[in-house]
Design a protein around this ligand. Structure first.
Ligand code: 13P
Ligand code: SF4
Length: 305
């Protein structure tokens, strides 16, 4: 007879203890994967956890660049990605050679790269950022220095408008967030008059412009918890609704559109988490010269307050 979800969770718990492992899950993971994790959070929360944990093994339930970030920050730990095919199409929109070419076209410019990028791109940049701290990171760069922002043009555009600081934006974007259109938000507003609209900065500029607040996924969780409002329209990947509802059970959360699903984020399942722990698969490796340079960019980000 196949394992029930309860059997799977019991086996995961036993192996987690035996392996001295910690399970980290991004806020977009399947609900049952979030529920089995030791910590859930946004990219910034998870990179801080990965840097601070004393576990020997990190099972990273997210996409490839997230597990790679954990490995960069904790090179002596075993970092496992349960489904090695879970990539991020936005991270793949720029690579090392393309960034090196951009840098030669803009000598002296500072390069800020969103963590949704490969280790090679992080190694080529000056400082990383996440959606939670992008404005603070850009603001930490001297005002007279040109800034290149890669790869997300929508996050970069949001920061540019917020700080009133022009930047050169790489034309990358998140295909999942790009599916959320202004008409989806308008329809939800008609269905739920007075609802508060929360948007992720990876959304199109027109969608962010309609929002009451533009926040990272953990920023949305905090906002909803602290707000007096009862109904929220959520313009981000639908996986966040699981956590929002658990966190604020008396409030109502409606997806701007059910089509905002990141297929890569949904590749990690309970079975794959179990197999990762059983067979220590799939370990993430980063060549040391790339890792050390990428770590500098990540560490500069973690040092920005
Ligand atoms: P955050 O949870 O950091 O807001 O990230 C969003 C995202 O797209 C991760 O892939
Ligand atoms: Fe990449 Fe978008 Fe999926 Fe995040 S939601 S992993 S940015 S494709």
């Amino acid at each position: 007879m196949p394992d029930t979800p309860r059997d799977l969770v019991a086996r995961i718990n036993r192996l987690r203890r035996e392996r001295r492992a910690v399970i980290l899950a991004h806020n977009y993971q399947l609900g049952e994967v979030q529920d089995v994790a030791d910590f859930t959070g946004d990219s910034l929360d998870l990179s801080r956890k990965a840097a601070a944990t004393d576990a020997e093994v990190i099972v990273f339930c997210g996409v490839h660049f997230m597990a790679e970030t954990a490995k960069i920050l904790s090179p002596r730990k075993t970092v496992l990605l349960p489904d090695p095919a879970s990539g991020c199409p936005m991270a793949d929109m720029i690579d090392g050679p393309a960034l090196r070419k951009l840098k030669t076209e803009h000598p002296g410019a500072a390069v800020v790269c969103y963590v949704n990028s490969s280790a090679e791109v992080k190694a080529e940049c000056d400082v990383c950022c996440t959606s939670a701290n992008a404005d603070k990171v850009v603001a930490s760069i001297p005002a007279d220095r040109e800034v290149l922002f890669v790869p997300d043009k929508f996050l970069g555009g949001h920061v540019q408008r917020k700080l009133g600081r022009p930047m050169t934006l790489w034309p990358g974007f998140c295909p999942t967030h790009a599916r959320i259109l202004p008409e989806h938000v308008e329809r939800r507003r008609r269905e739920h008059p007075g609802a508060v609209v929360l948007a992720h900065p990876e959304c199109r500029a027109e969608v962010s412009a309609m929002a009451d607040a533009v926040l990272s996924t953990s920023g949305m969780l905090r906002f909803a918890r602290e707000s007096e409002a009862r109904v929220f329209i959520v313009a981000t990947e639908v996986g966040l609704l699981h956590r929002l509802q658990l966190d604020s059970p008396a409030k109502t959360f409606v997806a701007a559109t059910e089509q905002a699903v990141c297929p890569n984020m949904k590749r990690n399942t309970l079975e794959k988490v179990l197999w990762a722990l059983e067979e220590l698969r799939t370990p993430i490796e980063v060549p040391e010269d790339v890792r050390a340079r990428a770590e500098t960019s990540l560490q500069r980000m973690l040092d920005v307050r």
